[in-house]
Design a protein around this ligand. Structure first.
Ligand code: AMP
Length: 498
């Protein structure tokens, strides 16, 4: 299959009328961006996606609208590899555009899963980009296919296209709300029609979505770092359960569903979001530093240097060093030309990835008692390699401190994570993990410690947890409808590569 895809859709019709068939331009989730009413819409979207690249490096796509037609470019690979090219941006004319960066969780990496999805509906075009994961995506898919829907991808997101297309309501926004009322789980959607750009966040607010402004035009983005790169002003977070409708007339906010306690995903603070982003009013960098400081108080160690596992462990290590008074040193140097290890699809690729990515800075390691800080342990691959590397570089003692609690339960809301059998902490005690990793001591921040670091001195209230912290507690905010096999397992749709 080719690794590029260009489409032009002649659908400048009235989307607020009736809807019909689907197109084959479909995809997946992870970082979303949109701009409405700007002459450089596609170029701005490319820049925004570039800033969101950490949310998915497998593929990227942009869909634009020029008042007459929709244009779509979807590519495998990094944003900068394709969307920095003038000819690609020229093929995306118009003053409205939405975009998406994506990773796949497992299996087939196919171009037709790359977003934005596009459906050429009877009333006009409908482009959709999704960050999150619909936990009833499989059920919806089965029901929709049974009733005649022609699915074109393995993506859970595609359900929204069919649901909007099949709604019996008249106005686009009512159809969209109809669709939302059927989907479960996590979504931050950015959608584009011939008359409006729409942003929507699920009622729990799992994944972030922010509103910005540039030259009098509205911007939607997964994170504030995507506003900063284009010089846009942060206006506010889109609220959990809120839909914003952006048209030539301005912005309208709709909250069609009953309000409920929100549960934003705590993993955005731990690992996912970029440190320079503000997520729900908190600086991600400061949150990570506070995790490190709390970890130092909770799990102190007598050592000579604090060393981060770069880049993910850097802010927490700074916090640990400041709180403990132990000097901070760069004992591991990261090669920045290698992608995130976790994104590699096979264990073999991941193993090589870690070696290619990190090397020991002997001058600060040899003969020292070191405290290594990383943000999380998932499979344990990174920690095992790093400890070995530190020992080979002559470290006298290696103490590992992790700025998140043990991950015992998989995420089903849009974070790339292996199923439970592969989660190190789900299958081993901390002492067993320590032995496998080969360090002298291993300790994690507690769940309460994490809440304290986020400004909740009382810790986690089990009766009213403020975050989605199921990876550590097993307390899933919603029913996970589409589990397959025995016990908690990854969604089968994800296992297919959706
Ligand atoms: P592992 O080697 O499987 O234990 O993964 C741990 C490393 O992966 C840590 O250095 C984290 O920074 C990083 N990591 C944690 N969660 C994720 C995720 N969802 N996607 C990609 N990388 C992650």
């Amino acid at each position: 299959m080719s690794d590029t895809h260009h489409d032009v859709y002649d659908t400048g019709l009235d989307t607020d009328q009736t809807f019909g068939r689907e197109s084959d331009d479909l995809g997946e989730k992870c970082g979303v961006f949109g701009v409405y009413g700007h002459a450089d819409a596609a170029a701005i979207t490319a820049l925004g996606l570039h800033a969101l690249q950490h949310r998915g490096q497998e593929a990227a796509g942009i869909c634009s609208f020029d008042g007459q037609r929709f244009f779509s470019e979807r590519r495998m690979g990094l944003v900068g590899d394709h969307f920095s090219r003038g000819d690609v941006i020229e093929r995306l004319p118009g003053n409205a555009a939405i975009g998406h960066v994506r990773y796949s969780t497992a299996g087939g990496t196919i171009l037709r899963n790359v977003q934005p999805l596009f459906a050429e509906l009877h009333g006009g075009g409908f482009a959709l980009a999704h960050n999150g994961n619909l936990t009833n995506g499989m059920t919806l898919r089965r029901d929709l296919i049974r009733s005649g829907a022609l699915y074109q991808s393995t993506s859970d997101t595609e359900a929204m296209l069919h649901l909007v297309a099949r709604s019996s309501r008249n106005r686009f926004i009512d159809r969209f709300i109809d669709g939302l009322s059927r989907v479960e789980g996590a979504y931050s959607f950015v959608a584009l029609t011939n008359k409006k750009m729409v942003g929507a966040r699920d009622p729990y607010g799992f994944r972030p979505l922010v509103l910005g402004m540039l030259d009098g035009c509205y911007i939607l983005a997964s994170e504030t770092c995507a506003l900063d790169i284009i010089g846009a002003r942060f206006v506010r977070d889109i609220e959990a359960g809120e839909i914003v409708v952006i048209t030539d007339e301005g912005i309208e906010s709709i909250k069609p569903f009953p309000q409920q306690p929100t549960r934003p995903c705590i993993f955005e603070y731990i690992y996912f979001a970029r440190p320079d982003s503000m997520v729900h009013g908190h600086s991600v960098y400061e949150a990570r530093k506070a995790f490190g400081a709390e970890l130092a108080r909770q799990e102190p160690v007598d050592a000579d240097v604090v060393i981060p596992v770069p880049d993910s462990g850097v802010p927490a290590a700074i916090g640990y060093a400041q709180a403990s008074g132990i000097p901070y040193e760069l004992g591991i140097i990261r090669n920045h030309y290698v992608g995130r290890t976790f994104i590699q699809p096979t264990q073999a690729a991941r193993d090589t990835g870690v070696r290619m990515k990190h090397s020991a800075n002997r001058s600060v390691v040899t003969g020292k008692r070191i405290v290594l800080i990383d943000d999380s342990i998932v499979r344990g691959t990174t920690s095992m390699k790093i400890v070995k590397m530190m020992r080979e570089a002559g470290a006298r003692e290696v103490h590992f401190r992790i700025a998140s609690p043990p991950i015992k339960f998989p995420d089903y809301y849009g974070i790339d994570m292996p199923d439970q059998q592969k989660l190190f902490a789900a299958n081993h005690s901390i002492e067993e993990m320590r032995r496998f990793i080969g360090c002298d001591s291993l300790a994690f921040i507690s769940v309460d410690g994490m809440y304290r670091a986020l400004g909740h001195p009382e810790g986690r209230n089990p009766a009213r947890p403020l975050f989605a912290d199921h990876c550590f507690t097993g307390d899933y905010p919603t029913q996970i409808r589409d589990l397959v096999g025995e016990g908690p397992k990854q969604l089968s749709m994800l296992a297919e590569g959706g």
